[in-house]
Design a protein around this ligand. Structure first.
Ligand code: ADP
Ligand code: ADP
Ligand code: MG
Length: 471
């Protein structure tokens, strides 16, 4: 087993990886930029190294991070999600320098990170994919011809995209003409690649994804599915495991497809195969070759520690579980608490957390890197906390989610938490029947009134009095 792991990430996922290391008796090494000097992952790791004044550059420099791993005596690097986690070059440099990259091989990252290559691999493996481009589009005209063939609406997508960006629905040739240069430019800026492709837009699909684990000995298992249909602008807000809307047959089918997909590309480590589902139809969408933000809910229903398994697999150990050993129990739901104002078009709300009390009690888990007095820097993701609840039944998990969101005190920044309470209260959501159109179809859920906690009101009053007294 590894002695020391460098964590090439920040925030809650870096803290999550520190926790796995601590339980496994592995030393953890954090990295931080100036903006993260007071970040929790720096305090929680066994060792921490400064990687520069720029808020981002240090987290995105493969050579520097691998050098640092070698110099600090690390035998492995965990990339987390985002940043360099799906950067094949990073995995390749690790291999060159004899540091184990905790993830799949560089060529697999490369192939699956490229959405058109991934589609081709899936077609070859007999996994259904949405009708669309065979390769990347070479011109707008090629796109227009293809869209005529498959029929509008179509989705124009960045080939190297992620995080819900670089995706546009086009309902007509005019829209496609308009969006094409926009997506190309967004893809170039955000992902450093101008490549785009087209696929059929599936109307009102559910986003169903399957967690897989694959070891270096040819064993591949799945840990069932997550329903991530509650999205805003193609970004997940609430995730649920298992999906309340799959039959046992559909569950077996998507699980089997995901295992087939992973085997077909010689996948190793933890990964997620994402599908779009309408009724009994299922289409492959993409594979994420890293730990996902919502791995937590799968851990809650299966009891499998996914980050621990990632580390064990990278160390060359056999999977600790066969498919028949893996069961799920109850329902888990994750709320991505973002420092954003839902009432103001989800505008980011960075600043100082004046008070934070974690919710607790049975079936409640929080994964976060915030603490009272911490200032959320404006340079990173606005997700500041993941609240995860687990309960035996669907009804109970809804109630537990409501209770836990109400239990939590997070003051100083505006968050998406009151909006989630509205979603939990919505009969359509409670019925367990929803798809990716839920958020855009329910604008009324944004019309809640913000109930301020008495202590917050007292704070505001005393601040006003103090300001008044000063004059
Ligand atoms: P998940 O797929 O785990 O649900 P998200 O899509 O929400 O996660 O992305 C998690 C983080 O990783 C976000 O900060 C997102 O911007 C970033 N990210 C995801 N994919 C990419 C990518 N291809 N390039 C750059 N950043 C990415
Ligand atoms: P990312 O890499 O950013 O996660 P995905 O390809 O996974 O991008 O798509 C993100 C979301 O966009 C999906 O969860 C789904 O809601 C929507 N989406 C993507 N492709 C399609 C499609 N062909 N039809 C309908 N919705 C889609
Ligand atoms: Mg995706």
């Amino acid at each position: 087993m590894f002695k020391k792991i460098l964590i090439a990430n920040r925030g809650e996922i870096a803290v999550r990886i520190v926790r796995a290391c601590a339980e496994m008796g592995i030393r953890s090494v954090a990295v931080f930029t100036e903006a993260d000097r007071f970040a929790l992952h720096v305090k929680r790791a066994d060792e921490a190294h400064f990687v520069g004044d720029d808020p981002l550059a240090g987290y995105l420099d493969p050579r520097r991070l691998v050098n640092l791993a070698v110099e600090s005596g690390c035998d492995a690097i965990h990339p987390g999600y985002g940043f360099l986690s799906e950067n094949a070059e990073f995995a390749r440099i690790c291999a060159e320098r004899g540091v184990t990259f905790i993830g799949p091989a560089a060529d697999v990252i490369h192939r699956m990170g490229d959405k058109t290559q991934a589609r081709q691999s899936m077609i070859a493996a007999g996994v259904p994919v949405t009708p669309g481009s065979e390769g990347n589009l070479t011109s707008l005209d090629e796109g227009l011809a293809l869209a005529d063939e498959i029929g509008y609406p179509v989705m124009l997508k960045a080939t190297s995209g992620g995080g819900g960006r670089g995706i546009r629905r086009c309902d007509s040739a005019d829209e496609l003409r308009q969006q094409y240069p926009r997506v190309v430019s967004e893809a170039t800026k955000a992902f450093g690649s101008a490549e785009v492709f087209l696929e059929k837009c599936i109307i009102d699909p559910r986003h169903i994804e399957v967690q897989v684990l694959a070891d270096a000995h040819g064993n591949v298992v799945h840990l069932f599915e997550r329903d991530c249909s509650i999205q805003r602008r193609n970004q997940k807000l609430i995730e649920i495991a298992p999906s309340p809307q799959l039959t046992p047959e559909q569950r077996d089918y998507v699980g089997e497809l995901a295992v087939r997909a992973a085997k077909a590309v010689g996948y190793e480590n933890a990964g997620t195969v994402e599908f779009l589902v309408v009724g009994h139809e299922v289409w492959f969408m993409e594979m994420n070759t890293r730990v996902q933000v919502e791995h937590t809910i799968t851990e809650q229903i299966t009891g499998v520690d996914i980050v621990r398994e990632q580390i064990r697999i990278a160390a060359g150990l056999k999977l600790a579980y066969r498919q028949e050993d893996i069961h799920f129990r109850g329902y888990a739901m994750q709320f991505r608490i973002n420092a954003e104002d839902p009432k103001n078009n989800f505008l980011p709300s960075f600043g100082r957390i004046t008070r934070y009390y974690a919710p607790g009690g049975p079936g409640v888990r929080t994964d976060t890197a915030i603490y009272t007095g911490y200032t959320i820097p404006p340079y990173y993701d606005s997700m500041c906390l993941k609240l995860i609840v687990w309960a035996l039944t669907w009804e109970e998990v809804l109630d537990r989610g409501t209770r836990a969101l109400n239990d939590m005190r997070l003051q100083g920044v505006t968050t998406t938490s009151p909006y989630y309470l509205e979603i939990l209260n919505c009969p359509e959501f409670r019925s367990g029947r929803f798809d990716t159109s839920f958020v855009p179809n329910h604008p009324e859920l944004l019309h809640y009134s913000v109930k301020r906690h008495p202590s917050e009101v007292a704070l505001a009053v005393s601040a006003a009095l103090a300001a008044h007294a000063g004059y």
